[in-house]
Design a protein around this ligand. Structure first.
Ligand SMILES: Cc1ncc(COP(=O)(O)O)c(C=O)c1O
Length: 351
């Protein structure tokens, strides 16, 4: 395969890497690399595949790096080759971290369920998250952090004496098309089975069903998928929760015993009380939602830290409500954005 025309200039790191790879294949040899060559090749990899990673803390390195080429883990870390790791993501809005305590609560719960040892106290990990965010210089974006059972073997159980790893990445965040908010999204019922409850409520790095669901949706020309549980009740989407507004005007959300307890959903269920007081909503319920009832709802919402609140207007072949974004989606998005900018769950970042 020849390299793409745009990268023929050997002055670019990408072109150099392509030339090196082509030369290596032509000569039939595999080079044994020096540490300097590895760093240079990691840089070439990043040039070829640009990322918006601004700062990365690694307990294994004992510090922060800002060069994305150096944001790496040892291959034998059990999070890499066995998926024995957990993660969480908090939002960074206008220089403040939103709802970090709720995300840390869930992080620690996931650690416990995954039998992962903590490398430091909650307060120390919180401090590292805030300091790494400060080093990134970013005022808006996402903060994702992981806990791994550590390196040391290719076995299943943690290697003897392995130190658990803690990693923090500050990046620009995931972005979604503007039309999701103006026109609404289309979703499909996934053909992939929902995770068993223990795995669904644990935010582990095992996201294969979620990845496959999203790929399936994209291949089908829609925006995302929805898991349905064995009893025929609505579960969640790939990395977001779903909620509904019933014909009677109540906000209903699936129970959190078999899906991830979304920090955004939990916060919205509190903020939505204001909409009940204003008569916009008739009530708020967290319960099982049979698919037939969900399909007959007035509004369907996608909820999560990155998407915030977006209206779903079509599910499989059926329109939701009148097939247009509804007022509750819009009102909840407004409440959430206000909370993210000026609520009482914000931590100022010391830049
Ligand atoms: C499977 C799954 N469900 C729901 C959510 C929404 O959670 P949150 O609101 O905390 O982003 C996420 C994202 O973390 C997720 O990965």
């Amino acid at each position: 395969m020849s390299p793409p025309a745009a990268n023929h200039n050997p002055a670019t790191p990408h072109a150099r890497a392509v030339v090196q790879f082509a030369a290596m294949r032509a000569s039939g040899t595999l080079p044994i690399l020096t540490a300097e060559e590895v760093v240079s090749r990691l840089g070439a990899l990043r040039a070829r595949q640009p990322v918006t990673f601004r700062a990365f803390y690694s307990s294994q390195l004992g510090g922060i790096v800002t060069d994305p080429a150096l944001m790496v883990l040892p291959f034998d870390d059990h999070m890499v080759h066995r998926g024995h790791g957990i993660f969480d993501t908090a939002g960074l809005v206008d220089g403040k971290i939103y709802d970090l305590e709720a995300h840390l609560d869930r992080f620690l719960l996931s650690a416990e369920r995954s039998k992962l040892r903590l490398p430091a106290s909650r307060a120390e990990m919180r401090d590292v998250i805030i300091k790494t965010t400060g080093v990134s210089g970013r005022r808006d974006g996402s903060i994702r952090y992981w806990l791994s059972s550590g390196p040391g073997s290719l076995d299943l159980t943690p290697a003897t004496g392995a130190e658990p790893g803690f990693f923090v990445m500050i990046f620009d965040g995931l972005s979604y098309p503007a039309r999701w908010y103006t026109d609404g999204l289309k979703v499909m019922t996934t053909t992939y089975p929902i995770k068993a409850p223990l795995y669904a409520v644990t935010k582990a790095t095992n996201y294969l069903p979620n990845v496959l669901m999203q790929m399936e949706a994209k291949e089908a020309g829609v925006d995302n998928g929805v898991f349905i549980d064995a009893e025929g009740n609505v579960g969640e989407s790939s990395n977001m929760n779903v909620a509904f507004v019933t014909g009677g005007g109540a906000l209903v959300h699936p129970k959190f015993d078999h899906i991830l307890a979304g920090c955004t959903s939990l916060r919205l269920l509190e903020l939505a009380r204001g909409l009940v007081d204003r008569g916009v909503l008739a009530g708020i319920e967290v319960r099982d939602i049979p698919v037939a009832e969900a399909r007959a709802s007035r509004e369907m919402l996608l909820v999560g830290s990155s998407v915030k609140v977006a209206p779903i207007v079509r599910w499989d072949s059926q329109a939701i409500g009148d097939g247009r974004p509804g007022p509750v989606a819009n009102a909840l998005l407004g409440l959430l954005e206000e909370d993210m900018r000026s609520g009482d769950r914000l931590i100022p970042v010391p830049y």
